[in-house]
Design a protein around this ligand. Structure first.
Ligand code: HEC
Length: 422
């Protein structure tokens, strides 16, 4: 095949529009003429239509002959219809010439109808099967109940918790747990259940981007309209942390991406200098990990709740092993352990910890080993530890715990080993 013919073949994508336009126009004109009982259009128009159909069909055929053009049912039917239309248009011209107006118009009607699937198949080949309906599919909304934990918490985590969470509490506001969300911030409540318009949280998100109170701050990734709508719907429905609320909206896949990004951000180089300056021993548990072992043994005598809290605050996410033995901490510090999501080993030997403080360990998910030697904990206090799902070992000698208490607790929490004697 010469190059010129190849080029002619490729012009199919241009030529194909000619018969589409001309035949539809011709069909329309003939239809009105028929309704008004007028005669057919001058033959030159029919000849033009025929020529355009032949041009499109031959160029299409040449295009198909090009090596590498696939073969499937769409292509096959497109080609058949194209050739049929070209032949039909010749018939049309002949009938027109012969003055057989009725047959000419019927044939024309058939041709116009055949152009629809022919054109559609052609479109499928160039734009893909779903081209026409694709926008409808993307806009298809899913309707389902949403809950705080499935929809709201991930959204806040992805967009807000970086600055309003365990690591930072901008505006003294935390948005990472139900209790903190309800507690509000510096300026008071963040959400008013059932009253989206009065909720500070929504008010801030809705402020113009350039307003300095706008959330998230201008330079951060902003909420999508659908995400704002989700928060609004939740608050409007009463801002429940348990009950589902109706949500007809688009699922946002971007959230996962954002969550991953946040994860990465938390791996940013840790500033361990303050800990080291305070003579606290801090060491990664292995090479290339951000899991930390932190040991307060050396400066223990000076380490009270405030000191420990201030030093640990920036690295809470990284603490896996923590030794607070012989420090002067009190029960007040205990809630901080809930903010160490990876904490596995905790040493509280010879501290002022009591039963009251132990309650705060609650359901810590990863805590594995707990040293309570030489503290004032009692049977009552340690019985609260049975709610810890990962707890395996608890050292208890030199405490007020009794052999009976430990034996009965041991039955209730068989996966944990309570060690009472040295
Ligand atoms: C880059 C950090 C950052 C991010 C991300 C961020 N905020 Fe803030 N936020 C701040 C700072 C800083 C303040 C305090 C400034 C002020 O009071 O105007 C604040 C204050 C607030 C307050 C007012 C607290 C109070 O009571 O004074 C609300 C409500 C709030 N943010 C909501 C959100 C929400 C909702 C998101 C997520 C959609 C978010 N923020 C994301 C930095 C951030």
């Amino acid at each position: 095949m010469t190059e010129l013919l190849l080029v002619f073949g490729r012009f199919h994508v241009v030529f194909l529009h000619l018969p589409l336009g001309i035949f539809f126009a011709l069909g329309f004109v003939e239809w009105t003429a028929w309704r008004k009982s007028q005669g057919p259009v001058p033959r030159v128009w029919v000849a033009l239509a025929t020529a355009s159909a032949l041009l499109a069909a031959t160029s299409g055929w040449l295009l198909h002959e090009e090596p590498g053009r696939g073969e499937d049912w769409v292509m096959e039917w497109h080609e058949r219809l194209g050739i049929a239309i070209a032949l039909g248009s010749i018939l049309c011209l002949w009938l027109h010439r012969k003055g057989k107006v009725k047959q000419y118009r019927r044939t024309l009607c058939l041709l116009v109808t055949a152009l629809l699937p022919a054109g559609h198949f052609g479109g499928m080949m160039t734009h893909g099967d779903d081209f026409l309906w694709e926008p409808l599919k993307q806009a298809k909304e899913i309707s389902a109940d949403a809950t705080y934990s499935s929809h709201i918490a991930p959204l806040l985590k992805a967009r807000c918790v970086n600055c309003h969470g365990a690591r930072k509490q901008k505006g003294e506001l935390r948005l990472d747990t139900p209790d903190w969300i309800l507690a509000g911030g510096e300026g008071g409540l963040a959400i008013e259940p059932n009253a989206p318009l009065e909720s500070e949280l929504l008010y801030r998100i809705r402020l113009p981007l350039e307003d300095e109170d706008h959330m998230p701050p201008e330079e951060k990734r902003q909420l999508k309209p659908s995400e704002l709508e989700l928060l609004e719907t939740w608050i409007h429905a009463g801002a429940s942390f348990e009950d589902p609320f109706p949500w007809v909206g688009q699922e946002e896949q971007t959230l996962e991406v954002a969550a991953v990004e946040e994860e990465k951000e938390s791996l940013e180089p840790m500033n361990l200098a303050p800990l080291k300056d305070a003579l606290v021993h801090v060491q990664p548990l292995a090479a290339n990990t951000d899991a930390l072992w932190i040991d307060f043994s050396a400066p223990c005598a000076d380490m009270d709740d405030a000191q420990v809290r201030a030093l640990l605050r920036p690295v809470l996410q990284h603490i896996v092993e923590l030794n607070l033995a012989r420090t002067i901490i009190t029960d007040e510090l205990m809630p901080l352990f809930q903010e160490m999501p990876r904490l596995e080993k905790l040493d509280l030997r010879e501290t002022a910890i009591t039963d009251v403080g132990l309650k705060n360990l609650g359901h810590h998910p990863t805590l594995h080993t707990l040293n309570l030697v030489s503290t004032r904990v009692t049977d009552v206090g340690i019985s609260q530890l049975k709610t810890l799902p990962s707890l395996q070992k608890v050292w208890l000698w030199n405490t007020a715990c009794t052999a009976e208490g430990v034996t009965s607790l041991q039955k209730e929490a068989p996966q944990t080993h309570f060690i009472l004697v040295e």
